[in-house]
Design a binder for this molecule. Structure first.
Ligand code: GUN
Ligand code: ZN
Length: 436
């Protein structure tokens, strides 16, 4: 994105012709077998969608624009990972009895190393490369308690022009030396990082208490106050993932009605508050999430790998608790949105009581793109390829493997095409990724 000419007068536009998947605001998929996506450079240096639809009609509206033609490829919105831990990139696949021993034996030791800025920068670089290889263009990511881990993350994201959200982890108790932070200082550091990074280009800050058991009341209260002072920042934490964890929270916070209610008590439920897992909830919890605007990040590969349980999609839909999909690497076993969508499908079948396809392929896809964007409060910004949204998109190859080629050639409709990609797809399907 150079700026040698006056772009304001005549914005630079480019157009891409291929199969095209977009989403309506309510999640309805829009598909063109011969589509055109027209993007233009804004004065802020970000490319946005100017126009999109059937090739014939859209091309006629933009006769001057150069068209790049990718026959046999599918343009789709970049995937959005609603919950992932960049410092856990190297501990994918660490086996444990369950969440709490996994944290103690693998995760906490791995995270202590992020006090070193050079190490954090190296892992952040690997992390962004992995996201992009898998077609993920935006993530809400945990860093570690070390402020340097947040700087390393945002510097890497900025260099690549990515829309990314992260924050310093708050954990001032029940944590080992080298990871445990100090209550007052942790809140001061968080506010400094908000001022440094939040709203810088496409970067956003998330106030990030790890989970209720590793924060004192004072730290949780301080986090809630910080969230009230900075209402357009995100809040990012975990809730009700594992039965032993839920039991521990009940002992630590006997005054709260439930685990979700602990966060409510400290002012940590609001719009842009994102809670990973939300497995062991009741309907009152779901209604509390809905009424406050807090949302669930659902991580099926992690929940299956750690034996945490099964997210109740029907319960979420029935009550109206918003949710989207997430990898939760390193509890999750893959950066691939295809693997996550397939695991979500399995879990949805497990909990299914009504007949029919409760999680249709296009619905799974929506939960990892436009639906995730909406849950993050980024509707109209990313995730749908509607006009005006940022041009983060992937170019997928539906013939990336011999079996995929056979399956996608035989697809009778969009759902069959998307299902073939979900069941058989992975990073081999992701041909190119375009960032703004
Ligand atoms: N709960 C508290 N910390 C973590 C974490 O790092 N991963 C997961 N999956 N759950 C958590
Ligand atoms: Zn997590």
């Amino acid at each position: 994105s150079s700026s040698s000419t006056s772009r304001e007068a005549e914005p630079a536009m480019n157009a891409y012709r291929a199969q095209l998947l977009r989403f309506d605001t309510d999640g309805t998929p829009l598909y063109e077998s011969d589509g055109l996506l027209v993007v233009g450079l804004g004065t802020d240096g970000v490319q946005r969608v100017v126009d999109a639809g059937p090739y014939r009609t859209v091309a006629a509206r933009h006769p001057q624009v150069a068209v790049t033609h990718w026959p046999d490829r599918l343009i789709a919105p970049g995937f959005i990972d609603m919950h992932v831990h960049y410092p856990q990139t190297d501990i994918i696949g660490a086996p444990a009895d369950g969440l709490l021993p996994w944290l103690e034996n693998y995760t906490f030791p791995a995270e202590t190393r992020f006090a070193q800025p050079a190490y954090a920068a190296e892992v952040a670089n690997v992390f962004f490369s992995e996201l992009l290889r898998h077609g993920v263009t935006t993530a809400l990511a945990f860093a570690t308690t070390h402020p340097a881990s947040v700087d390393a993350f945002f510097q890497g994201a900025q260099k690549r022009g990515l829309r990314m959200i992260s924050g310093k982890v708050l954990q001032d108790r029940h944590s080992p030396d080298g990871l445990r932070d100090e209550t007052e200082q942790s809140l001061i550091d968080s506010e400094t990082l908000i001022q440094r990074w939040h709203g810088q280009g496409r970067l956003g800050y998330a106030i990030t208490p790890r989970f209720a058991p590793t924060s004192t009341d004072a730290q949780l209260r301080g986090a809630g106050e910080l969230a009230a002072r900075h209402p357009d920042t995100w809040i990012h934490s975990h809730v009700a993932e594992n039965r032993d964890e839920v039991r521990w929270v009940r002992e630590l916070f006997p005054q709260a009605r439930s685990y979700v209610d602990v966060y409510r008590g400290f002012g940590l439920l609001r719009e842009r508050a994102v809670y990973a897992h939300c497995i062991h909830l009741d309907d009152a919890d779901r209604a509390l999430m809905r009424d406050t605007g807090a949302v669930a990040a659902v991580s099926p590969t992690s929940n299956l790998f750690l034996g945490s349980g099964f997210f109740d999609y029907e319960g979420a839909e029935r009550i109206g608790m918003r949710h989207g999909l997430a990898s939760d690497v390193g509890g999750g076993t893959s950066f691939s949105p295809f693997h996550t969508m397939l695991a979500a499908y399995y879990v949805g079948r497990e909990g299914q009581t009504k007949p029919g396809l409760s999680l249709a392929p296009s619905r799974l896809w929506w939960h990892h793109t436009g639906g995730a964007a909406r849950a993050l409060g980024l509707q109209g910004v990313i995730g749908t390829l509607q006009a005006g949204t940022e041009a983060d998109f992937v170019l997928l190859n539906p013939k990336a493997t011999p079996l995929l080629a056979r399956k996608t050639e035989r697809a009778q409709n969009l759902e069959e095409l998307l299902f073939a990609l979900i069941v058989l797809g992975d990073d081999r399907v992701v041909d190119q990724v375009c960032i703004a």
